[in-house]
Design a protein around this ligand. Structure first.
Ligand code: CP
Ligand code: NVA
Length: 307
């Protein structure tokens, strides 16, 4: 029997597997757009466990599973025994006997690692405090769709050193592009995360304008992620100069794109003229969550397919 494959962080897939997934996404998306029925996951069940809110992640996994012929079940931890102290290990044993695939959105990365270690079926990270790998699959697929290979390009991350930023760092190393990072003082990327990346893949900038200069893609995220709400007032003050605005887009490459994982706060991390402007691809980026995750679920359950 093949060992169970999990997707707990982006680097759980090799560069070759990521390349396969992006090509597979193109085929699955085309098929879906022309309403060709494709049900490779008929009789398969996905359980989605949420300990934090979601719009895109829930909808894209649920719709994606139905479109592949399977079934999806939504479980909020507040309504489950997990909220009353059932051990994650015990829950994993039981849940993974009742379904074929599990997606979890939670706080601690260690929770999904403990779950996966006790699961008979693949586990997907639907966002933790540390990583958001499904988001970066969609972001890079969107870049490829619009501009071709991301290899050798420059991506500017302006804002918080959060789960999405940490995943971009992994992506730069895996797919061989350069990440320019600029975060306010006190909110820097953890030195061990920066240290794990070669200088050819990451560079830090004190001034966000310098990070944006020449970038092929400028991206950001909320200043206050889920679970950090108590720091909101302090963050709004600290991040004031880290808004992606027209001035920052003006120093990026002429054909630079703007991305944001959403939900966005216009007037905070991004100005309205940028997110609603011609270089923004946020709606395609959000839609591509659906297509990339369909390719991911197919890969985790059926491995590589040729049809
Ligand atoms: N980008 C993203 O993961 O959105 P949701 O929080 O709505 O799932
Ligand atoms: N960094 C954000 C992403 C939301 C999709 C958060 O964790 O809240």
């Amino acid at each position: 029997m093949q060992p169970v494959r999990h997707f707990l962080q982006l680097r759980d897939l090799s560069p070759d597997e990521l390349g396969y997934l992006f090509e597979r996404t193109r085929i699955i998306k085309e098929r879906s757009k022309s309403y060709q029925q494709y049900w490779p996951l008929q009789d398969r069940t996905l359980v989605m466990i949420f300990e934090k809110p979601s719009t895109r992640t829930r909808l894209s996994f649920e719709a994606g599973m139905y479109q592949l012929g399977g079934t999806a079940i939504y479980l909020n931890t507040r309504d489950s025994q997990l909220d009353r102290g059932e051990a994650v290990e015990d829950a994993a044993q039981v849940i993974s006997r009742m379904c074929d695939l599990v997606m979890i959105r939670t706080f601690e990365q260690s929770m999904i690692e403990r779950f996966a270690a006790n699961s008979r079926v693949p586990v997907i990270n639907g966002l933790t405090n540390d990583y958001h790998p499904c988001q970066i699959l969609a972001d890079i697929y969107t870049y490829i769709e619009k501009r071709g290979s991301i290899r050798g390009k420059t991506v500017a991350w302006i804002g918080d050193s959060n789960n999405v930023c940490n995943t971009w760092l992994q992506a730069a190393a895996l797919l061989d592009f350069k990440l320019h990072v600029s975060t306010p003082p006190g909110f820097e990327v953890a030195p061990e995360r920066l240290g794990a990346c070669a200088a050819s893949h990451v560079r830090s900038f004190a001034d966000p304008m310098d990070a944006a200069r020449g970038a092929d893609l400028v991206t950001t995220d909320v200043w206050t992620s889920m679970g950090f709400e108590a720091e909101n007032a302090e963050r709004v003050r600290a991040f004031e100069n880290w808004q992606v605005d027209a001035a920052k887009m003006a120093v990026a490459a002429d054909d630079a794109l703007f991305m944001h994982c959403l939900p966005a706060h216009r007037g905070e991390e991004v100005s309205a003229d940028v997110i609603d402007g011609p270089r923004s691809v946020v709606w395609d980026e959000a839609e591509n969550r659906l297509h990339t995750q369909k390719a991911l679920m197919e890969f985790l359950l059926l491995n590589r397919v040729n049809d």
